[in-house]
Design a protein. Structure first.
Length: 424
């Protein structure tokens, strides 16, 4: 399939795209807002001639934050525009940067929408985070002479096989990229084999290792926890959970309560549209639950704190003693393990970590990451770590050591981007 056929199929799929958008808006009303932006209609007024960064969703927005901060500091004369595709990503971007950046949803990959968007924005440089590759957007930049960089690029073996099935579409697209800053050499080689120019592919590492934690964050968390009277309670967090995982967390927590009646679980669903559903699940399970959004203190009688706020995940991690990162007990590929690691939290996850294979391997090899498959294994891991604080601390220290050993990717990526800006 080439780009012309891809574009035709995309146009034919527009009725289904509208239906899916309507369905998502029914489940999460935020999807029903700013729909025009998705078709390059009603775009905000932009200052042109700057840097455009695309971070598809919440995870990529978090990963892009250090890069955005550094570009704002290095190039105060250039407007920085950040796009995404999801309301959670949009809310996080605006919460982090406010009016320091320009922001809208990225229009769908339709040639006329791409053209309207780029004509309005006129960027000097386009930066795409991780693997959000859109052939028409990339081609539109290429024909306008706008360099395009794929930053923090990752490509699993499964994704590479998928791209290879559409080589007539993906090879020209990858050939139009000016920089692919891959996380690992294995991923760099996959990009080369799929059609990227070898001279444009560099191994820079993962900028997720360059996460910096505000020194005040742990102190604020400790103060809040003390105000709850929970300084001595066993507190663990299950974060970024997906459907099918919350039940496992609650089963394991119920078993933990048999041994530690004062234990508290901070349960944080990945998607806001599931907040109410998970709250009702906790209530049906007979667990005393309060919602973080109410700012009600989880007293001694409370067994679950539902993390139903946005932009607060790092703070919620800081409140806990142990952290399980979700999206990994179901075949979703996992979420960012490095956020709790940076806060010195012993790590747990499920076995499905194909989005973070290299990071997971390093954390596991260092002795931090514990992988569990079900409620029984999760309970056993929680019981062991709470019973042996020295081992928990040793694991946390190992995770921090992995973080420090891998830092520097952001500086390497910025070097490549500065080279592209100099050519623009």
């Amino acid at each position: 399939m080439n780009r012309t056929l891809y574009t035709l199929i995309l146009h034919l799929a527009l009725p289904f795209i509208f239906l899916r958008l309507s369905w998502r808006a029914w489940r999460a009303p935020a999807y029903g807002k700013r729909i025009g932006e998705r078709f390059a209609v009603g775009l905000p007024s932009f200052r042109g001639g700057g840097i455009w960064i695309h971070a598809v969703s919440l995870g990529e927005s978090i990963a892009a934050a250090p890069l955005i901060r550094e570009l704002l500091a290095r190039h105060p004369e250039l407007p920085i525009t950040v796009t995404c595709m999801t309301p959670t990503g949009s809310e996080r971007i605006q919460a982090l940067f406010g009016e320091r950046i320009q922001h809208c949803y990225l229009p769908y990959d339709l040639p006329w929408a791409c053209a309207r968007f780029l004509d309005r924005l006129q960027p000097k440089l386009a930066v795409i985070m991780e693997t959000e590759l859109w052939p028409n957007h990339i081609h539109a930049c290429h024909v306008r002479g706008i360099p395009v960089a794929l930053a923090n690029a990752r490509l699993s073996e499964r994704s590479a096989r998928g791209y290879a099935r559409f080589a007539r579409l993906t090879a020209p697209m990858l050939g139009e990229l000016d920089l692919i800053a891959a996380q690992t050499e294995v991923e760099a080689e996959r990009f080369r084999q799929l059609g990227a120019h070898p001279t444009c592919v560099e191994v820079t590492g993962s900028i997720k290792f360059d996460l910096s934690v505000d020194a005040e964050l742990p102190r604020h968390a400790a103060e809040l926890r003390a105000s709850w009277g929970a300084a001595g309670r066993p507190v663990w967090i299950a974060a970024s959970t997906h459907a099918g995982e919350d039940e496992v967390m609650l089963q394991a927590h119920r078993r933990l309560l048999d041994e530690h009646p004062e234990a508290l679980l901070i349960l944080v669903p990945r998607h806001p549209e599931r907040f109410d559903q998970v709250f009702e699940l906790c209530r049906r399970e007979g667990l005393a639950t309060v919602r973080r959004s109410t700012e009600e203190a989880p007293g001694a009688e409370v067994q679950v704190l539902l993390g139903d706020t946005l932009g607060e995940l790092l703070f919620l991690y800081a409140l806990a003693d142990l952290a399980l990162v979700g999206g990994s007990l179901v075949a979703n590929g996992g979420h960012n393990l490095l956020e709790p690691a940076a806060l010195g939290k012993p790590l747990l996850s499920g076995p499905h970590l194909f989005n973070f294979l290299e990071i997971a391997a390093q954390l596991r090899g260092a002795g931090d990451l514990l992988e569990v498959e079900d409620a029984a294994q999760l309970h056993a891991a929680l019981r062991m770590l709470f019973a042996d604080p020295a081992q928990a601390q040793q694991r946390a220290a190992a995770g921090l050591a992995v973080m420090r050993a891998n830092q520097g990717a952001l500086a390497r990526l910025l070097g490549g981007l500065e080279s592209l800006l100099a050519r623009a």
